[in-house]
Design a protein around this ligand. Structure first.
Ligand code: PLP
Length: 421
């Protein structure tokens, strides 16, 4: 289509870089989510809320590293913390004060973690939570949801089942309590855990119905299963995690992304009696190693980020900014008569190219993909970086003026497309 053609013409250096990278990386890529045809932009640098690509175009960053980039680029407080960490030695082959300190800061902020452990990614943390559930319950069946995403090998989008991992998965229907409870009740093997997101993140920013989530938790507790909430994406949506807003009390919670202050991280934990299975002082403990689980960069940046930058007040104001932005984008859709709307919570939202309101992942599959692409390329042309799938995740460096400009650009794009509906 014309927008993609203009994109290709305007970005020869990104195209050349992809071709060069593809000589050694399959598809030139090492993160599947970053690829889109004809080729993805290659960024050269970032500062604050801005990104610059290889062809010299500047963008306001409304993608924010798929929600992990809450601090913007090279935040000075974090940069100082990281420089300090480097000077003290980076690979100490030992436990450090830093890991206990970050663990304490996280449990102060998210008190439902009675006990926790670190990993290098949200994916690993979800896998470890499932392993914990299997050991604790002695069962191996896990309920997950079609359309959910818990990491590359735990991706259940598009109805396809991820059988990469040795768990016995059964599938619930997100936001459909009756169908899901029927599947659980009909299970011919006992269920170890229900693993669910409080809002489908990669699945399109579809908020979970509080009653649905609470029914899942109740079913788990009535049937000897663990209720595991994946808050890798949603923990930033409330000062104490989305579960505080929803009134849930999962047995285990998984987090990651921004908690490492921009460095790689995953966190899993919750009930102390479950996490005690990892205590290496106890015979028969479940092994959980990982060279970089307590790496000094992550521990230092995470601690400083949470206490000095993404404070509880900053969290509230970023989410309020997101609520305002989503409302304004939706007003534009209505005013232009466009069959589109944004779903989401607080500072994270996703464009849905169909009339309101998408509440289930199956609906996303029926959207107008061409329209979504036109919005995506239209925003790129106007200097706004979002995800091809329509994700917007705010970061702390974006101003209200940046949001005004995004709304104006979106309005301009819909005006250009108005002949389509
Ligand atoms: N769980 C959810 C809900 C996520 O959104 C993601 C990443 O987007 C993950 C898990 C995986 O985290 P990571 O990419 O750090 O492995």
């Amino acid at each position: 289509d014309a927008a993609a053609d203009r994109f290709a013409t305007a970005n020869p250096e990104s195209a050349a870089q992809l071709a060069h990278a593809a000589e050694i990386l399959p598809g030139g890529n090492t993160r599947s989510v970053l690829y889109y045809p004809p080729f993805p932009l290659v960024m050269a640098s970032g500062m604050g809320a801005r990104l610059c690509d290889l062809d010299g175009h500047e963008y306001r960053d409304f993608l924010g590293e798929f929600t992990a980039g809450i601090y913007g680029h090279s935040h000075p407080v974090l940069a100082d913390a990281l420089h300090g960490a480097i000077k003290g030695g980076m690979n100490l082959s030992s436990q450090t004060r830093g890991e206990a300190e970050l663990a304490r800061i996280i449990t102060d902020r998210f008190p439902f973690f009675q006990s926790l452990r670190f990993t290098n990614s949200g994916t690993e943390a979800n896998i470890m939570a499932l392993i914990a559930a299997r050991h604790f319950t002695g069962r191996s069946r896990v309920m997950v949801f079609s359309g959910a995403y818990h990491g590359g090998p735990l991706s259940f989008g598009g109805g396809a089942s991820a059988t990469n991992l040795p768990f016995d998965f059964i599938y619930g229907r997100y936001n459909d309590t009756v169908a899901t409870l029927t599947t659980l009740d009909a299970s011919d093997a006992p269920v170890a855990a229900i693993l669910v997101e409080g809002m489908l993140g990669a699945g399109g920013c579809i908020p979970g119905d509080p009653a649905f989530l609470s029914e899942l938790q109740q079913w788990a507790h009535a049937n000897g299963a663990l209720f595991i909430l994946d808050e890798v994406m949603t923990s930033r949506l409330h000062p104490h995690g989305l579960q505080s807003a929803l009134g849930l009390s999962p047995d285990l919670t998984v987090m990651g992304k921004y908690l490492g202050g921009g460095m790689p991280i995953g966190v899993f934990g919750g009930r102390a009696d479950i996490m005690a299975r990892f205590d290496p002082r106890v015979a028969g403990a479940v092994p959980h190693a990982g060279t970089f689980n307590n790496n000094v960069m992550t521990m230092q940046a995470g601690a400083v980020g949470l206490t000095q930058v993404f404070t509880e007040e900053a969290c509230q104001s970023l989410n309020a900014q997101g609520e305002r932005l989503r409302a304004r984008l939706n007003t534009v859709c209505t005013a232009r008569g466009a069959p589109a709307h944004y779903t989401g919570i607080g500072s994270i939202m996703n464009l849905q190219c169909q009339p309101p309101h998408v509440t289930r992942p199956e609906q996303v599959a029926r959207e107008n993909a061409e329209m979504k692409d036109m919005v995506f390329f239209g925003l790129i042309e106007r200097g706004f970086y979002t995800a091809r799938r329509g994700l917007i995740a705010l970061n702390l460096c974006l101003s209200e003026g940046d949001c005004d400009d995004l709304v104006a650009a979106f309005d301009d794009i819909l005006a250009e497309m108005a002949h389509l509906w």
